[in-house]
Design a binder for this molecule. Sequence first.
Ligand code: SDX
Length: 428
Amino acid sequence: MSDTKAKLNVPGRDPIELPVLSGTLGPDVVDVSALTGQGLFTYDPGFVSTGSCESKITYIDGNKGQLLHRGYPIDQLAEQSNYLETCYLLLYGELPTRQEYEEFTSVITRHTMVHEQLRSFYSGFRRDAHPMAIMCGVVGALSAFYHDSLDISDVEHRKVAAFRLIAKMPTLAAMCYKFSIGQPFIYPDNSMDYAENFLHMMFGTPCEDSVIDPAISRAMDRIFLLHADHEQNASTSAVRLTGSSGANPFACIAAGIAALWGPAHGGANEAVLDMLYEIGDEKNIDKFIERAKDKDDPFRLMGFGHRVYKNFDPRAKVMRESCDEVLAVLGIENDPLFRIARRLEKIALEDEYFIEKKLYPNVDFYSGIILKALGIPTNMFTVIFATGRTVGWIAHWHEMISGEYRIGRPRQLYTGATERDYVSIDQR
Ligand code: SDX
């Protein structure tokens, strides 16, 4: 317990001393858990100033534009690591030795297939169902198939559930796409690495062998890596809150997928592409910038702004470089959407409104352009985000379940009716 105290003076009450706790990085926190015993609650809609837990997984410094996974900067991981090695790091806290890495990738590779019965689950949806709707259903349904890994108090159950989720998300995601275009599901190929296998299941057919450009699978791997984890964002908080009731890991991840779908969160990458199409031409950019600044217009510049980053999202910087590379490899450097995006970024970053409100491009601003260049349909963008983020959700769920935790149960500021007696209908 901390020796440093904060003193809270509330009129009509004795001063309340609250412990001030310090982490290894970031702001100190005031532990307010004792307040309820003093007949007081804190009030912080949107949790702008609230730390929900202690964690060792990811650290973000919004002013510096810094993102660390277990202490390693995201740009170094994007440059020198790969998605599965980063998964190992997020789950276990250290970079793997070569043997640990090979064992981990081997286990993940051998859990990529899904139960054959799951295939018929898809046929219950319309072909034009949004793939995120399917993913919410199918991932939650995994708990109906894996009764051997639902005991969250069993460390082995937790481990195999984590492997199954990381391994099967690309398979389930690709099945959403195949189902939507009426093509047969493609089984995973154990001779391929994680991203290559995903592209194989997305674009392969039973009629010929898949030929996947290494530069393209590297870009796909980097997209998964850049989405792997991001501290206590809305969907990760949904996973933690769901897990705090003792719900099984598949149900928790389904809750994360549902939360991620919103356009203010993971749904923004799809919304960025829709916005760029709506802008249509560089000459229309100024009009949309004005709309984004107009309080009476609900339009916001999708892919801009962030609750934590008040500087460049470091992932957006890496994503922009990756965008340059992918478009060059594909020979579409002059992609009109990319040109609009680069121009939009330049204009917005020079505009007083965006400067004053510290609105910078976030991870979603460029990811959609890369995904479109890779041939991924727009409605699959958030599914890709969910696939990459699954390891972060699991790492946080596991960190919570492995330690001391209680069911999450926020309180409220009640402003409704005070007590009153029932009135029979003929008296109303
Ligand atoms: C992700 O939390 C995470 O870590 C999320 C994420 C992750 O990896 O998990 O990083 C992924 O969700 C990235 C964000 C993707 N969403 C978008 O790109 C949607 C567009 N952005 C906005 O909706 C908004 O910026 C949020 C939701 C991202 C942040 O919302 P906040 O922190 O609640 O900020 P706010 O809405 O209070 O905005 C502050 C001000 C407001 O103006 P005032 O009320 O002060 O006058 O900035 C304005 C907003 O109107 N503003 C914008 C804007 N974003 C904020 N104005 C125009 N365009 C925008 N994009």
